[in-house]
Design a protein around this ligand. Structure first.
Ligand SMILES: Nc1ncnc2c1ncn2[C@@H]1O[C@H](COP(=O)(O)OP(=O)(O)OP(=O)(O)O)[C@@H](O)[C@H]1O
Length: 149
């Protein structure tokens, strides 16, 4: 059957996102498990590095949160040790990774998600939630520039 304008076209929405395994994830030895979940979902890691980010990088990365009460503790925590940064590609990977990561707070993140299965309740320290994933194509482009130059 030839395609007609009434048929929904199959669209391929190839995207790139920035994934960070935060210092709590690296320190707890969860990097491998986290990256394995990303690959198991069919996404491809095309660049990977481990580094302790500078304050300058973190202030840029979290600029949308500047002025919020959790900004300073967040920047301090993110610079407290090595972070693993990954450039991850795939169809609708931005939304897909955020769904894989789960809700911001590990306590309420659904079982089956990275934060729901592996995250701990650190009390007030919500910044310790294992991973970060870009939230839009614009953020992804901006953030990949910060972490991969
Ligand atoms: N109330 C809070 N107290 C402490 N830290 C917070 C709080 N809210 C957010 N954060 C930290 O700031 C990060 C960015 O906040 P945002 O609201 O963008 O969450 P998110 O989109 O779930 O997380 P991310 O962007 O890191 O994937 C969170 O991942 C968390 O580490």
């Amino acid at each position: 059957m030839s395609p007609s304008s009434k048929e929904t076209p199959v669209t391929h929405n190839h995207e790139e996102t920035l994934v960070l395994v935060k210092p709590d994830g690296v320190e707890r030895g969860l990097t491998g498990q986290i990256l394995a979940r990303i690959e198991a979902k069919g996404y491809v890691i095309t660049e990977l590095r481990m580094l302790t980010p500078t304050r300058e990088m973190l202030v840029k990365h979290y600029e949308e949160h500047e002025g919020k009460p959790f900004f300073e503790p967040l920047v301090e925590f993110m610079g407290s040790g090595p972070v693993v940064a990954a450039r991850v590609t795939g169809n609708r990977v931005i939304e897909g990774f955020r769904s894989l990561a789960g809700a911001t707070e590990p306590t309420t993140a659904a079982p089956g998600t990275i934060r729901g299965d592996l995250g701990r309740d650190w009390g007030e320290q919500v910044q310790k939630n294992l991973v970060h994933g870009s939230d839009s194509t614009l953020s992804a482009e901006r953030e990949l520039g910060i972490w991969f130059g």
